[in-house]
Design a protein around this ligand. Structure first.
Ligand code: DGL
Length: 280
């Protein structure tokens, strides 16, 4: 019998902590191991090749730590790396392990929230350029029209804690106007970047009243609960002591301070060097 291990949660930096927070809320019995690749973030503006290699390094690191299940709590990594890792790398590396993302759990339910059948996606440049959201939404809800808007400044704004800066409002307004100019009947706006929930209050000011603003944390947590019920062979390999471990590839002091804002609770992280340790 294989040893049990925490569920691995990966993000380019802090954003995945908004997902972890909901996982801990809904599934508190499990152990979680969080890794933020802060030293190489942001991923949102990087090429496919780069995001794929960085994400694969992280997945190997989780596997070397014994994790059986890894969640890419980053839209950019889910959009640009997940499929290749699932189809090409996992069968060779560890066919019995699983890597899941955040795009499918969201796209398979988004149609339930829309009456006009027009939805808007706000995300990083990389996620938008990948076309993952329109493609996946069309698979589950062929009648839905998906409009996207890249918001390349939002991650740096959030990471620099400039959410209430008047300049920030200018950019939020600009991006929301551009989105609603493309699809004026949009009635669901998805924050398809795990950083964006930190700026929810400010974004909401520019979302028309008839539209619903969705974030992913809760949706991903509900979807994971369902997945674990359907896959007892994976569930039984997830350790259950309600523990949390945090790792970052950059400064632990910065991670503890910034990360606690995203997570909504105190964090004590450890440093890790992915190039040295991912010899899975
Ligand atoms: N949190 C990542 C996402 O959900 C974006 C952050 C980044 O650009 O690294 O897409």
């Amino acid at each position: 019998m294989q040893k049990t291990a925490p569920i691995g949660i990966f993000d380019s930096g802090y954003g995945g902590l908004t997902v972890l927070k909901e996982l801990v809320n809904q599934l508190p019995q499990y152990d979680y191991m969080y890794l933020g690749d802060n030293a190489r973030a942001p991923y949102g503006t990087r090429s496919y090749e780069t995001v794929y290699h960085y994400t694969l390094d992280a997945v190997k690191w989780f596997f070397s730590r014994g994790c059986h299940l890894v969640i890419l709590a980053c839209n950019t990594a889910s959009a640009k790396a997940l499929r290749t890792i699932q189809q090409n790398d996992l069968p060779k590396l560890a066919p019995e392990k699983r890597v899941l993302g955040v795009i499918r759990p969201t796209t398979e339910i988004i149609g339930q929230y829309s009456e006009t059948r027009e939805v808007g996606i706000l995300a990083t440049k990389g996620t938008v350029a990948s076309g993952s959201y329109p493609i996946e939404i069309a698979r589950f809800f062929p009648d839905i029209k998906t409009y996207q808007e890249a918001c390349p400044l939002w991650v740096p704004i959030i990471e620099n804690d400039e959410m209430d800066n008047p300049g920030t409002h200018h950019f939020i307004k600009k991006n929301l106007h551009a989105l609603f100019h493309k699809g004026e009947n949009i009635d669901v706006v998805l924050l398809a970047c795990t950083h964006y929930p930190l700026m929810r209050r400010q974004i909401e000011e520019y979302v028309p009243v008839q539209a619903t603003l969705l974030t992913q944390g809760e949706i991903v947590a509900r979807s994971l609960a369902g997945y674990l019920l359907r896959h007892p062979e994976i569930e039984e390999k997830c350790s259950k002591n309600s523990s949390l471990q945090f790792y970052t590839t950059d400064s632990v002091e910065d991670f503890n301070e910034q990360g606690s804002m995203f997570f909504g609770g105190a964090i004590r992280s450890k440093h890790v060097n992915l190039e040295e340790s991912s010899n899975f």
